[in-house]
Every structure is written in C-alpha cells, then in structure tokens.
Write a protein that binds this ligand. Structure first.
Ligand SMILES: *Cc1c(COP(=O)(O)O)cnc(C)c1O
Length: 391
C-alpha cells in the first residue's frame, strides 16, 4: 500500500483528463426526476449547446456510454449486414474501431500504416475509385489518433471522397479532438461525428455522442443491423421535448452543462489556440531533450497529446512508474505495438501553462533520476516559447 502523496496529482494521460472543480461541483447537485420539467430545461440547453462544439446545426445524440458505445451506435444506425467499411490502421484506436465493425458482421477494407502518420487522402480517393459497385458504405477516419498523437486532415479526406464521386458516408472519431483541435461537422460534410465526455470536454467518463448529418439520418431509415439501446430514432424524437427513451446519466449532464458554459466563456477558438500553444511548447521540450516524437509529419502533430519514444524504444513503462511514484504525475502508456516503447503526455482539456511546466519538470526530473541519455534543456525550451507567446 502506497503512503499518502501530498500535493496535487497530475492526470496527464490523454483521457480521462483533469476534471475542473466547477464541473465536479455541478455534478454534485441532487439527482432530479429525469421525466420532470426541470430536467427537460437542462437537457434541451445541453443538446443545443453541444451543437456549437461540433459546429453543426443538426442533432447530436447523447448516450450513457463510453466512446466505444458511440462507435457502435454509428454503425448499427446507418449500415446493414454485409455492408463494407474502409478503415485506416493509423494506430491502436483505429484498430479497435475496425474490430467493432468486424464484430458487427461488417466487411472491412483495412489499409495499414506504420502508426507514425495520419490518413493519406490520396489512398482514400484511390480505394473509392476502385470500388466501382459502391460496396463501401462508410469511410472511418480517426481525427486525432490518441495512441500516436497524429491528426488526419478531415477536410482533405472529404474532398478526396467528393473527387472520387463516391456516395459513401464519412464517419469521424473526434473522441480526443473535440474541444482541442478544430473540427467542423457540417462544413466538412461529416455524416457521423463520434465523441465522448472524458477528453477535451473535461468530464468524467460516461457520455457518448453521435452528431448526425441529414444523409446519415436518411441512411438510418434503411439500415438493418439489429439495434435497441443504440437506436437514434426514439432518442431523437424524445430529445425534442428534453427527454430520453431510458434513464440518462443525469448528473453527468449537469456536468456537461457546466463544461459547455466554460467553453463558451473561454471561447472555443481561444480553447483551440490554448491547446495549440501548449502542444508546441511540449514539442519544443521534447526536441530539446533530444527525444523522438512518434508523429513524423509536422503538419499532422496533435495538439491534444504528444507521444514520445524512450531512447532505444523500450523501458517506457518503468519510466512512467518512476514519474508517477516520485512526482505523482500520470503519463499515458504505449498501446498495442507501441507498448513499453513510448510514453504519452496528455495536454488537453482543463490545462494551462503552469500545469504544463509542472508536467514537463516531472518528466525532466524522471529522465535525470533514471539516467536516461538526454539533454536536460526541455523545460527551459518550453518556458522560453511560452513566455514569448504570452507577452
Ligand atoms: C479514448 C478514445 C477512444 C475510446 O473511448 P472509450 O471511452 O475508452 O470507449 C476511441 N477513440 C479515440 C481516438 C480515443 O482517444
């Protein structure tokens, strides 16, 4: 049993993220009748407010679920058994998402990568041009691949689909990009944007989201995959009055109302700029340490997290354990084939300069204590950048 660790714990994994006191407090309200008038007012406010974060005029449905549930909801509402999807193996989450499609009996055309880059829009275009009889019904694109810290250019993928003249739906996993990295559900012609509560939205886990285009809604009328809990149709009709077909996660919705208010107070664009600034400072620290960032294409760098190779590509789990035990900072682990090879710094959600300085300092101390070959100049490089950016 560990002894008590004084001071604040830093939850710098790329989700779940630090939950601000304001949100915890909002969630601590007494639970109310989810069929009563007070709840309906709150639910309508939240369902409307969510649209602005997805930048859509269309409905967003909210499930009491993790992000994986929201993946499943997108499939079962729009596709039929035997339909095919086009997926890209850009990392661990992309692979899990593809597996959900397989488990549901969908065909999967899978394009693998080295996990160091985003989706190549020219391959999307070529695959769709090859698909002459339009067997592919959905393209699956992870916006921010959380296992590697790479971002795919969704607007370019949209244009690639349009150039191919293919009628496929476009599904985007925005689980770790919503509220952190610019996303436009409507303008980018996304059919289903999938997200959840515990990353950029600063909430505990427990809410899954589907933002739905008109085209996706139309597809849902003919989709024959079995569904009940995930069915959009009763959800959408009851949501109009501020109600749900089954018990919603009442107190998480209180928290979501507060989170949306906080994003509105900061301004979504300011929040995105803050993520960009803190991410660039992190990358400067990594470079000054002489360590290697997993993402090899600078225009695909993630503003939500940075994934970093341990020198010689192993021993990352021992290093993370040391940083946690000595400095009470939790860093993200390597997932799938990156297990023990990398560590990830989450710099998303409720996060600021001083928290980043603390996180980077803990890592720098950890690198020193573990006798890792590196240059102890990272914190200085990050602070120099932050000072120049904020004066
Ligand atoms: C966290 C994450 C998921 C999984 O979400 P769960 O809530 O754990 O089901 C899926 N995709 C991406 C990109 C993620 O970051």
């Amino acid at each position: 049993m560990a002894n008590y660790n004084p001071g604040r714990h830093f939850l710098q994994i790329p989700g779940p993220t630090n939950v601000p006191g304001r949100i915890l407090q909002a969630m601590s309200m007494p639970t109310i009748d989810h069929r009563g008038p007070e709840f309906a007012t709150i639910a309508r406010e939240v369902l409307t407010g969510l649209k602005s974060v997805f930048r859509t005029q269309n409905p967003v449905v909210v499930f009491p679920s993790s992000g994986s549930g929201a993946w499943e909801a997108a499939f079962v509402n729009t596709l039929s058994s035997g339909d095919k999807v086009l997926a890209f193996g850009v990392g661990h989450f992309a692979t899990l998402w593809k597996d959900v499609a397989t488990n549901l009996g969908l065909g999967v055309e899978f394009v693998d990568t080295d996990w160091r880059r985003g989706i190549d829009p020219s391959i999307v275009e070529a695959k769709l041009i090859d698909d002459k009889d339009h067997a592919i019904r959905a393209v699956l694109a992870i916006h921010n691949e959380t296992s590697t810290g790479t971002v795919s250019d969704i607007a370019k993928i949209r244009r690639a689909i349009d150039r191919a003249g293919h009628p496929t739906l476009l599904f985007v996993d925005a689980i770790s990009s919503l509220g952190c990295i610019d996303l436009h559900h409507d303008d980018w012609g996304i059919d289903v944007t999938i997200s959840c509560s515990q990353k950029g939205l600063m909430l505990p886990p427990g809410l899954g989201f589907n933002a739905i285009s008109e085209k996706a809604l139309k597809a849902s009328k003919n989709a024959d995959l079995p569904k009940s809990y995930w069915d959009w149709s009763p959800m959408l009709s009851l949501n109009e009055g501020g109600y749900f077909p089954y018990t919603p996660a009442t107190n998480l919705l209180f928290g979501l109302r507060e989170a949306l208010l906080m994003l509105q107070e900061e301004g979504l664009d300011n929040a995105l700029a803050r993520h960009s600034r803190l991410a660039e400072a992190t990358r400067r620290a990594v470079r000054a340490w002489g360590l290697e960032i997993v993402c090899i294409e600078p225009r695909e760098y993630s503003n939500a997290l940075t994934a970093i190779y341990m020198p010689e590509h192993r021993g990352a789990d021992d290093f993370r354990r040391l940083v946690l035990e000595r400095y009470s900072v939790s860093l993200g682990s390597g997932l799938g084939k990156l297990t023990d090879a990398i560590f990830r710094i989450g710099h998303l959600g409720d996060f600021n300069e001083a928290m980043l300085a603390g996180t980077l300092s803990a890592i720098e101390m950890g690198l020193r204590v573990s006798n890792t070959p590196f240059s102890a100049d990272g914190v200085r490089a990050a602070l120099d950048y932050l000072v120049a950016e904020t004066t």
